[in-house]
Design a protein around this ligand. Structure first.
Ligand SMILES: Cc1ncc(COP(=O)(O)O)c(C=O)c1O
Length: 389
C-alpha cells in the first residue's frame, strides 16, 4: 500500500498497516462489553471469554492445532520463548540452538548457562544463514533436552530446513522449540505435519494483530512449569495454580482488546490463505532483490532465492554507515526501515556483518511494487553520493 507520508519497509519488526477490521475490533472490544475474560459470569466477562476462545480456535485452525486449549496466550514471542525455555529445562540439561537465534532466545539461555543450570551448544550457520546439519548431527549429548530453532531469520529471512532439523532432534529424543516470530502468518505452518513440540510466535508481525499479543503452542503430552502463577478465575479456593491448560500457563487478565484485533488479523489470513500471502511476499522479495542488485555499491545478504526466505532482505552500502542510510531514507524520502544488529548478533557474525550490522528491508502483504521502485530509486541516489559514482 502506498502512503504519501511514508513507505513502510519494517514489517519484520511489526506489520503495518493492519487490515481495517483489526483496528475496529480492538476499539469495539474496549467500548462494548469490556469484561475480564474467565472471571465471574456476567454478560461482559462472558462476551470477552467467547472472544478469547474464538481467537484460540482461529489460531488453532491456522496452524492445525486440534485442541485450542494448547494455545497459550502471552505478551509476545519473547514471552512465549521464555515460557517454553524456562518451563521445560532442568538443572543439568543441555540445549542446542542455531546461530540465527534472536536475543529473545540467546539471552534466556545465556542467563541459565551463567547460573550454572544448563550447558549449550551453538549450531553454526553459513553466510546465507543456513545451519550446518552435519555439525548438528554430532552435537547431541546424553543430556540434550531441547533444540531451539529460528524458523526464519529476522536479519536475512533465511528459512531453516525445519523438517530435517525436527527429524534429527526427534531421532535423538530431543524436543524442538520453533521460534516462528518471523513466519507465523507469512509461511504455512502445520504443527502436525512438522511434528512441532512447541511453537512460539508473536501477534503483531505476520499475524497482523496488535502489539502485546503472542502465543505459545504446547504439544499434548508436554508439561511446562509455569513462568508465572496467580489469578485464573478458576479453582480460586486453592493456593496452587491450576493444572489444566491453558490456565496452567496463563495467569492474570488477558489482553482482550489486543486479542480482539489479533482474531481479526488471523481471520484475514484464514480468508486470504497464508499460501497466497506467501506467494505475494515471495514475488515482492524477488523483485526487491533484483532492483537492489542493479545498484552499484550495494551488497545483499541472505539467500538469493526468495523460495528460501521470507520477505526480508539485508544489505550494506559501500562507504556508508548503515544508520546513516536508514536516516537518509526516512528523512529525505519518507522510507521506513531498520538498521543495526536487529537483536541477532550471532546471525551478523555468521553473515560477516558484525558489529556494524545491516540495513534491513522487509516489505509486507500491503507493499506494492511502486513502493519498491521508489525505494530503489532513493537507494540509487544515496549510493551515487556515497560511492561517488
Ligand atoms: C526471530 C524473532 N524472534 C523473536 C522475536 C521477538 O518478538 P517480540 O518482540 O514480539 O517478542 C523477534 C522480533 O523481532 C524475532 O524476529
Amino acid at each position: 500500500m502506498t502512503n504519501d507520508l511514508n513507505r513502510y519497509f519494517d514489517n519484520a519488526a511489526t506489520s503495518w498497516p493492519k487490515p481495517e477490521a483489526v483496528y475496529t475490533a480492538a476499539e469495539k472490544q474496549m467500548r462494548l462489553a469490556y469484561g475480564n475474560p474467565g472471571r465471574s459470569g456476567h454478560t461482559h466477562t462472558l462476551a470477552s471469554d467467547r472472544l478469547v476462545y474464538q481467537a484460540r480456535e482461529a489460531i488453532g485452525k491456522l496452524f492445525n492445532i486440534k485442541d485450542p486449549a494448547r494455545v497459550v496466550f502471552c505478551l509476545n514471542a519473547t514471552d512465549a520463548l521464555n515460557m517454553a525455555i524456562k518451563g521445560c529445562l532442568q538443572k543439568g540439561d543441555h540445549v542446542l540452538y542455531t546461530a540465527m537465534e534472536h536475543n529473545s532466545v540467546l539471552r534466556p539461555l545465556a542467563r541459565l548457562r551463567r547460573e550454572g543450570l544448563i550447558s549449550t551448544t551453538m549450531i553454526p550457520c553459513n553466510d546465507e544463514g543456513f545451519p550446518d546439519l552435519d555439525y548438528l548431527e554430532n552435537a547431541y549429548q546424553p543430556e540434550t533436552r531441547l533444540l531451539v530453532v529460528n524458523h526464519a531469520s529476522n536479519v536475512t529471512g533465511t528459512l531453516a530446513p525445519l523438517s530435517k532439523i525436527i527429524y534429527s532432534a526427534h531421532n535423538k529424543g530431543v524436543k524442538v522449540l520453533v521460534d516462528a516470530a518471523q513466519t507465523a502468518g507469512a509461511v504455512p505452518i502445520d504443527v502436525e505435519d512438522y511434528d512441532i513440540d512447541m511453537l512460539a510466535f508473536t501477534g503483531h508481525k505476520g499475524l497482523l494483530g496488535p502489539t502485546g499479543t503472542g502465543s505459545l503452542y504446547v504439544k499434548p503430552g508436554i508439561d511446562l512449569t509455569p513462568l508465572r502463577e496467580g489469578g485464573t478465575g478458576s479453582q480460586s479456593e486453592m493456593d496452587v495454580h491450576p493444572e489444566t491448560m491453558p490456565e496452567r500457563l496463563e495467569a492474570g487478565t488477558l489482553n482482550s482488546a489486543g486479542l480482539a484485533g489479533l482474531l481479526e488479523g488471523v481471520n484475514f489470513l484464514l480468508e486470504n490463505d497464508v499460501m497466497s500471502v506467501r506467494r505475494s511476499e515471495t514475488e515482492l522479495r524477488s523483485y526487491l532483490y533484483s532492483r537492489l542488485q542493479e545498484i552499484k555499491g550495494i551488497k545483499i545478504y541472505g539467500p538469493r532465492s526468495a523460495q528460501d526466505s521470507t520477505a526480508v532482505l539485508s544489505f550494506t552500502l559501500e562507504g556508508a554507515d548503515c544508520g546513516d542510510v536508514g536516516y537518509i531514507l526516512e528523512n529525505s524520502y519518507g522510507i521506513i526501515c531498520r538498521t543495526g544488529l536487529h537483536c541477532a548478533p550471532l546471525a551478523h557474525q555468521a553473515i560477516g556483518t558484525f558489529p556494524q550490522g545491516t540495513v534491513r528491508l522487509s516489505p509486507g502483504y500491503f507493499t506494492d511494487k511502486n513502493d519498491i521502485d521508489f525505494l530503489s530509486g532513493a537507494l540509487k541516489e544515496i549510493a551515487e553520493l556515497s560511492t561517488g559514482n
